[in-house]
Design a protein around this ligand. Structure first.
Ligand SMILES: Nc1ncnc2c1ncn2[C@@H]1O[C@H](COP(=O)(O)OP(=O)(O)OP(=O)(O)O)[C@@H](O)[C@H]1O
Length: 594
């Protein structure tokens, strides 16, 4: 245990180091730019240091103590040359580092996106969507910053430190010792202090976020707050939270005030002390005035470099964490290879059979969600799955789509075990019309084309017509180009369903899975949707997850599920004739609630 903790505490464990070298692989194609950028950065940093030295030397020249005999008036040219060179180096560095980081990180981002898109379904359940998005956005952003700025800044500060200390030691060794014994110490103390203050600032932000959540919640559930007349309770909750924000803010302000007092007093105290010692040396003739001038400026640079290195190290550690998280996903096993879709696939006949299938979700292995399921569907038949909520209807269809692998039994299509069928071929032969239809944010055309991206305009129009959608689409001024809004919010529920049906029609699947919408539409819209569904089901094997029994009267076979088991099966009439059967009970219950 102790040994393990020690390993975890190490700044760069072997695994982490491995991730770092892997991320550098993304930089390798742009290595030339990377090296060039680093050289430009080194040159511009050196020039900055030379600049400070030349400024001091100019003061020496003005004081009649020039080292190189260059008259003061010529310093203008020297500065000009240095400035132009510095500008050119900085520009070249910024551009070349951007080429490296933008391209390298875009490659990494694409790899990550492709990996996420091809991961098996259960992976998404174990992660929150926000977490995965954050990998593509925040983590890669962090790495991008590292390659465009942090690494370069790190190098710059090291150069500043090395050159700075070397020049100081050469200019005035004794004063350098005095300076090195005071300024870096103050800077280090200030950094630790600064970190503590950042912690309080974070606390303040968190508390503020909590208060904002209360406000947001109230706004989102305005109707509920009003109907329960809970305005006063909410007001209390909000003011309590805001009060805490104020308390933390004041504590934060006090520490900040103290921090600035500390920094100004000690840091400036240190600088003045060095300045004073230097002035004494100038007075006694041990140091030139211009050198003291350079000395103080170098001291400032060194102090800045030490502080900079501290925060850059924190950023680099953060970037290593980000690298780790990104590679954790990249190392997952994907379920399909990402390749250009084939135009044609072997088409199934559509005979589906579940033989003795049992299943438990990987996240809850102790609960058997489906037990010994036996279902046989002939090609072109329609069956319905009915049963209480949580009975296992959706799970059954997820297994057919092979979103999960089952534990026992065999699911086969046209006599072949689905586990032996190529996943893309399997899913290409199916279409799912889900319960909650959420469209992509583009146009109606794009949403229909999602069923088969290479379909012609004529096929799209045909699909829309057969889905009873063409009339309402044509009524929109932009027709098929109408933008449906985020998740399809700008079209009605019934229209969304018909767009989804058109999409499924365009796909022309051998097997159709239909999760009936629970929220009811008005009678007219319902009829239009039902007619569209009838067209869609024609000539295919269809599995309907039915919530309303009225829609399953004409199906070939109904399976009643209860707690993961099939408790009854038969046609509507057969099942209704069993007075004490589960289906009969469900039907009576629905009659009562309708
Ligand atoms: N991803 C999951 N991980 C773990 N358990 C799950 C998961 N999805 C569903 N379950 C559980 O499996 C059981 C069957 O759920 P399923 O969604 O198949 O029921 P359903 O009959 O389709 O219900 P509904 O009519 O409400 O959609 C439920 O007990 C549910 O809690």
């Amino acid at each position: 245990m102790l040994g393990k903790m020690k390993v975890e505490k190490k700044f760069l464990s072997k695994d982490k180091w491995h991730s770092v070298t892997r991320v550098f692989r993304y930089i390798r194609p742009y290595l030339g730019y990377f090296i060039f950028g680093m050289i430009m950065l080194a040159l511009s940093s050196v020039i900055l240091m030379v600049f400070l030295f030349v400024a001091g030397e100019m003061a020496n020249a003005a004081n009649g103590e020039s080292r190189f005999g260059l008259p003061v008036r010529d310093y203008g040219w020297v500065f000009l040359i240095l400035l132009v060179a510095q500008a050119a180096f900085s520009y070249l560095r910024t551009v070349s580092m951007a080429i490296v980081s933008e391209n390298g990180m875009a490659d990494l981002r694409k790899d990550l996106f492709n990996k996420i898109a091809t991961l098996p379904y259960p992976y998404f359940e174990s992660k929150r969507i926000g977490e995965l998005t954050s990998r593509i956005t925040n983590d890669i952003e962090k790495l991008q910053n590292t390659f465009s700025v942090t690494l370069a800044e790190f190098l710059r500060q090291i150069i500043t430190l090395v050159i700075g200390i070397a020049v100081l030691a050469w200019l005035a060794p004794r004063l350098s010792l005095i300076m090195l014994a005071s300024i870096p110490v103050v800077v280090l103390v200030a950094m630790v202090f600064g970190r503590y203050i950042r912690k309080i600032s974070k606390e303040r932000q968190d508390q503020m976020a909590d208060s904002n959540t209360i406000a947001e919640e109230v706004l989102q559930n305005f109707q509920i707050v009003k109907s329960f007349t809970n305005e006063y309770v909410e007001s209390l909750r909000y003011s309590r939270s805001i009060k805490e924000v104020v308390e933390i803010s004041i504590r934060y302000a006090k520490w900040r005030g103290f921090f600035f007092m500390f920094v100004i007093t000690l840091l400036f105290g240190g600088i003045f002390f060095v300045l004073w010692q230097g002035a004494l040396m100038v007075e006694s003739g041990d140091m030139k005035l211009g050198d003291l001038f350079s000395f103080i400026m170098y001291t400032g640079m060194i102090g800045g470099a030490i502080a900079g290195l501290g925060s850059l190290t924190t950023q680099l550690i953060g970037a290593i964490g980000a690298t780790d998280r990104v590679f954790e996903i990249l190392d997952q096993e994907h379920e399909i290879e990402l390749s250009k879709p084939l135009k044609t696939y072997p088409r199934f006949n559509g005979t589906v059979s579940f033989a003795d299938v049992s299943f438990a979700y990987p996240s809850r292995p102790e609960i058997t969600v489906l037990k010994d399921i036996d279902i046989h569907i002939e090609s072109g038949q329609t069956i319905a799955l009915v049963g209480a909520s949580g009975a296992g209807k959706s799970t059954l269809t997820s297994l057919l789509l092979r979103l999960y692998d089952y534990d026992r039994g065999i699911i086969s299509i046209d006599g072949e075990d689905v586990r032996q069928i190529d996943l893309t071929t399997l899913r290409r032969n199916m279409a799912l019309v889900p319960q909650d239809i959420s469209l992509f944010a583009g146009s109606i055309r794009e949403n229909i084309l999602y069923g088969r991206p290479d379909a012609s305009e004529e096929e799209v129009v045909d699909a829309a017509r057969n889905a009873n959608a063409l009339d309402f689409i044509n009524e929109f001024p932009d027709g098929l180009d109408t933008i449906v809004g985020e998740r399809g919010a700008k079209v009605s529920g019934g229209q969304r369903q018909r767009i989804a049906i058109a999409r499924a029609l365009l796909r022309d699947p051998a097997i159709l899975i239909l999760d009936e919408a629970t929220s009811s539409l008005d009678a007219e819209s319902e009829q239009l949707v039902q007619l569209a569904l009838d067209t869609l089901m024609k000539g295919r094997t269809s599995i309907i997850i039915a919530h309303r029994l009225s829609t399953v009267r004409n199906v070939d076979q109904i399976y009643v599920l209860a707690q993961g088991e099939i408790v009854e099966s038969g046609t509507h009439d057969e099942l209704m004739s069993n007075q004490h059967g589960a289906y009969n009970q469900l039907a009576r219950l629905q009659l009562e609630t309708d």
